[in-house]
Structures are given as structure tokens and as C-alpha cells.
Design a protein around this ligand. Sequence first.
Ligand code: UT7
Length: 326
Amino acid sequence: MKQIKIIGTGSYLPEKILTNKDLEKMVDTTDEWITKRSGIKERHIAADNQATSDLGLEAAKRAIENAKIDKNTIDCIIFGTVTPDTLFPSTAIYVQKALGLAGVPAFDISAACSGFIYGLAIAQGFINNGSHKRILVLGGETLSKVTNWEDRATCVLFGDGVGAAVVEESNDDSGIVSIYLGGDGNMSNLLYQPAGGSRIPATEESVKNKLHTIHMEGNEVYKHAVNAMAEAAKRALEMAGMTGEDITYFIPHQANIRIIETTAKFVNVPMEKVFVNIDRTANTSAGTIPTALDEMNRKGMLKKGDIILIDAFGAGFSWGAAVIRW
Ligand code: UT7
């Protein structure tokens, strides 16, 4: 099996910042409640004229620049998102067009918060079967566009942002050592956007009832998130023949600081090795891991040989984890 590695990262978070204090003026909530229950202080919000592919394009350009490659050598684009520009065609195809890469296959993956890790797994498969050599994998959202801004239980939790990575076959021992993916459709109604698909097409009624926004049973999702994140991390580590002690950095999905802390404890990684930016970004679904990875990369935190564990859980339910040797 060929090992694939990340040769460049990029990310883009929209300029506008919405703080907990701002939210206090919009719904019956407090900065204290949001901080204590989730760890979030602020989130980035896309402008009215910014769709997910616009954020993706910026992230992609930055990843290409960081990889120091000619963009024309990219031969596939995969975008993990549940907030596509349009239901069809894909968001990836808009990025392809904007990059001037007509002819290159480009498609989305709907795996919610696990979208980036699913994307890496697909890229690994494509590179291994020889069909593609250099793949742009993106993950991220404009969740603000599907948020019910009157529902305090959900509107305080999400943010906008996209991250990207360029991957290709590794020429040394660095790269993705293991990837584990999982899913369970039995609890799909605990976190979903009910309308807008073929089950409930858009009607006046569906819009009036805000069925085109995020619906979540936070408490229930929380319990499953903790278990699935722990299980995924354990499986990815086992597949890599490693334990928590081998980890240089743990980058968990940023949905709730309490979920992050519990998962870190389970995998036996001290909090000093856990990357947390939920306070500044909130939950950007498929965007949390690639934007975190890019932030760390740009800060010079990642050194050759570092062992990084990434781990995500989200709607579906879907989950996944991977061990990367930088
Ligand atoms: O990325 C995909 C995966 N998503 C997740 O992993 C999210 C998982 N869930 C969570 O992170 C947590 O469940 C939440 C942060 C969503 C909620 O935290 P919680 O500790 O589970 O709170 P809760 O839902 O049990 O609500 C506690 C109380 C309730 O009031 P009562 O019934 O005790 O009177 C809520 O109505 O807090 C109330 N509440 C709020 N109060 C102030 C709910 N939202 C708010 C709010 N501000 N924004």
C-alpha cells in the first residue's frame, strides 16, 4: 500500500466575527453559558455574497502556495461539505472552475464533520489505485447559512470556515499511517437539516417552519460523540501500531471543549498536546480539522516526524480518525 502525505495546507475563515456578547443581543443566552458548556467565545461568519466554494477557493489557493506546486498538476478535487453552494452541481466543481482546472474530476462528500477525514481516505484510495497523483482535499462550511438564528440551543455553536490540503504519494516515511472510518444511520434524526432534499422539498410551509436549518438533540449527540471519537481514535492508533504516548499532537473535531477533554483523557494524551481553537472558530463541521492543521502548520508547530492524531464525529452519525507522520 502506498503511503500518501500532505504537502501543503491552507485555510480561510471569513472576516466577520460574531462574539458571544453579540449573541446575547440576539437570543436568550449568555457569554458565560456558551463558554462553560461549549468552550466557544466567537465564530467567523460568511458575508451574504460568500458561498462555501468562495471560502474553499481561498483555502485552496493558500494550500497550493504552501505546497509550492503548479496548480495545473492537481488532478482531482474532493470537498467534504454539508453546506454546498447548490445541491448540484458540487461545490468542488465551482472551486475547480475558479482555479481554472477544467477537465479535472471534482466532487463533494456528504459526511458532515467527518468530511475531511473521509476525503483523505478517498484520496488515499485514488492514489493507491493509480488513477490520480496529486489531489486537493477540502473540508468546510458556511453553517451560518443553515442556522436558525432564533434557536439558542444551536445558533451559538456553529461557525464558517474551510480548510484544504494537497496530498500525493509519499517519497519517505512521512504521511498518513492509518485511517479508520465509521458510521451509523440509526440516529440520523438527532442532527440533520430536515428539508431541502427529496424527502421534504422546499415549500412555503417548510420555510416557515425553519426546516431548512440545523436541527440537533444536543444532549444525545454529545453522548454518542464522546464514545465514537474515543473508539475512532483507539482504532486508528491500533491500526498504526501506536498508543497515546506516541502522539505529538492530537487534533480533535472542535464541537465542544468538554468532548475534546474527555476524548483526550480516553486516548491518554495530555491537554498540552491537544490543539484547541474552538474558542475562536466554534464548530465549522468538516472545516475544524483542516483549518486547525493549517493554523499549526503556519505557526511552525509541525516538525518532520511528528505524530498527529486527527479525530472527528458528526451528523449521520459519521466518524473517523487518522494517524499522520508529518
Ligand atoms: O459537530 C457535530 C457534533 N455536535 C456535537 O458534538 C454537539 C454535542 N452537544 C453539545 O455539545 C452539548 O450538548 C450542547 C453544548 C449543545 C449543550 O450543552 P448541555 O450541557 O448538553 O446543555 P443542555 O442541552 O442539557 O441544556 C441545559 C440547559 C437547558 O435548560 P433547562 O432545561 O436545564 O432549563 C437549555 O434550555 O441550558 C439551556 N440552554 C441554554 N441556555 C443559555 C440551551 N442552550 C442555551 C443557550 N444559552 N445558548
